[in-house]
Design a protein around this ligand. Sequence first.
Ligand code: PGA
Length: 254
Amino acid sequence: MRKPIIAGNWKMNKRLSEAKTFAESLIPLVNTINDCDIIIAPPFTYLSALDDILKSSSISLSAQTMSHELAGAFTGDISAVMITDCGCKYVIIGHSEQRLYHQETNQACQEKCKVAMQNKLTPIYCVGESLKERTNNITLTVIQKQILECITDLPLDSQEIIIAYEPVWAIGTGKVATPEEAQAVHQFIRQTIEKAKGTEIANKTRILYGGSVKPANIEDLINQADIDGALVGGACLELDSFVELIKKTNYVTH
Ligand code: PGA
């Protein structure tokens, strides 16, 4: 059984006061939700303040990225221990915006996932093809490489990784993959994990879809056999739509 997840990736949005109000308002709206894990990933600078607000709730915190180094002369970087000190249980790794703007490679993602796990963080590892790659019919080749280059040496028998399939052409564009298109890639990701790590690990790994997820399209996506929730950008910034996504996901377990 895989419990679904709705994870809100705030990216570089909200002021501190808005972040606090959002978290305070969210708690009573989702306090009867038991069958969906709720995660929010605010900017680093809000983690501590939100941890104070959320620590008595079942809502978990994620960072949006981290360094693979633990400490030292790395100006501007944030380590795994720093984000765990701020209350994070999760960390997003390999988001396409980090791959694009910060040249994050599969190899760097693998190192970050390893360090995250050593520090009791669960990575939310993002993969996804560009529009050009999809048009050139190399989607599955790209995804397979992103998955294998990251997970092969990770200790998935003892620790969890969450995969987020986010087609780059669907992020922030309003162009969502059809449920069938998404399911085909999710199924392929599960098969790839199975070949590398065995059936048990493949069956328990939660695979989220990301890319223009909204209350209007979540149900068709989450009803697909291998889609275990969503990593949400735009629609997680407004309280109403985030809560609606959570409520619509709460009843589905694969
Ligand atoms: P979006 O972003 O929902 O705004 O498309 C998703 C993401 O980048 O994680």
